[in-house]
Design a binder for this molecule. Structure first.
Ligand SMILES: Cc1cc2nc3c(=O)[nH]c(=O)nc-3n(C[C@H](O)[C@H](O)[C@H](O)COP(=O)(O)OP(=O)(O)OC[C@H]3O[C@@H](n4cnc5c(N)ncnc54)[C@H](O)[C@@H]3O)c2cc1C
Length: 211
């Protein structure tokens, strides 16, 4: 609750839409994920505290042209979305072909996997992020996309190697969000063309919505 109150400030939530994609900075995003993931903080509590902030700061909430409140609630809703995703698709969320049942032979290469895990790929940004993950148990949302995209699209490795590594290290590990995001990155999360109720969050070179 202390962190929630700390973040409900003009310099915190009041800048969210502009700062959320930054790779560092205590106030660039809420950093509430460990408490949300471990059941210490309910998303409803967060939502209603955000609504209070909106009322109290109505005069300057959109002063810089960004809708910070809308964007924050939109991102918070992904958490619920991935819970629905797991409830809907069950054990298939862990399969290589995912809910989309996409056939693809994922590569396994223990040397490349070890270099990715230990931050020794030779790509400075990827390596810095992987070392930050190992040292702190956290990397910002954009950093997660960068290292996941590198593993899946550049190295062509089985996306579940990445999901498993995140599961071991993240202090905010949430099985639904983690496996859902990794499957989305790998393009196996769902098959929108089949009219599934949960078709959707595409990632990577041929994917849909921007992060
Ligand atoms: C490959 C990958 C793996 C991820 N694994 C996890 C995980 O194990 N646990 C986890 O909580 N989040 C995960 N995320 C989502 C996101 O990166 C984190 O929720 C976010 O970085 C946490 O920081 P924050 O609390 O400052 O987020 P904020 O931007 O302040 O968002 C507020 C809250 O909304 C929720 N949220 C925000 N973005 C997402 C998202 N894209 N998907 C689901 N929920 C979201 C989180 O509960 C978060 O605490 C993953 C993303 C990727 C790309």
């Amino acid at each position: 609750m202390a962190r929630l109150d700390e973040y409900m400030m003009p310099g915190g939530l009041g800048t969210y839409h502009r700062t959320r994609n930054q790779l560092s900075g205590d106030s660039s995003s809420s950093r509430l994920s460990p408490w949300l993931a471990n059941g210490c903080l309910s998303p409803r509590t967060v939502y209603w505290r955000v609504k209070r902030f909106e009322r109290e700061h109505a005069h300057d909430a959109r002063r810089d042209g960004f809708d910070h409140i809308y964007k924050f609630v939109f991102e918070l809703t992904w958490r619920d979305y991935f819970r629905m995703y797991c409830a809907h698709f069950g054990a298939r969320v862990f399969f290589a072909g995912g809910p989309a049942k996409r056939r693809r032979l994922w590569r396994r290469d223990s040397d490349a996997e070890d270099r990715w895990k230990s931050g020794r790929t030779g790509v400075p940004l990827v390596d810095a992020l992987m070392r930050e993950l190992a040292a702190t148990g956290y990397i910002a949302n954009r950093g997660r996309y960068i290292v996941a995209s590198y593993l899946v699209h550049y190295l062509g490795l089985d996306w579940r190697v990445g999901a498993d590594w995140f599961e071991r290290l993240l202090v905010d590990h949430d099985v639904c969000s983690n496996y859902g995001e990794w499957a989305s990155m790998a393009g196996v999360a769902a098959a929108p063309s089949r009219g599934q109720p949960l078709g959707l969050k595409g990632r990577g070179p041929a994917a849909g919505r921007g992060a």
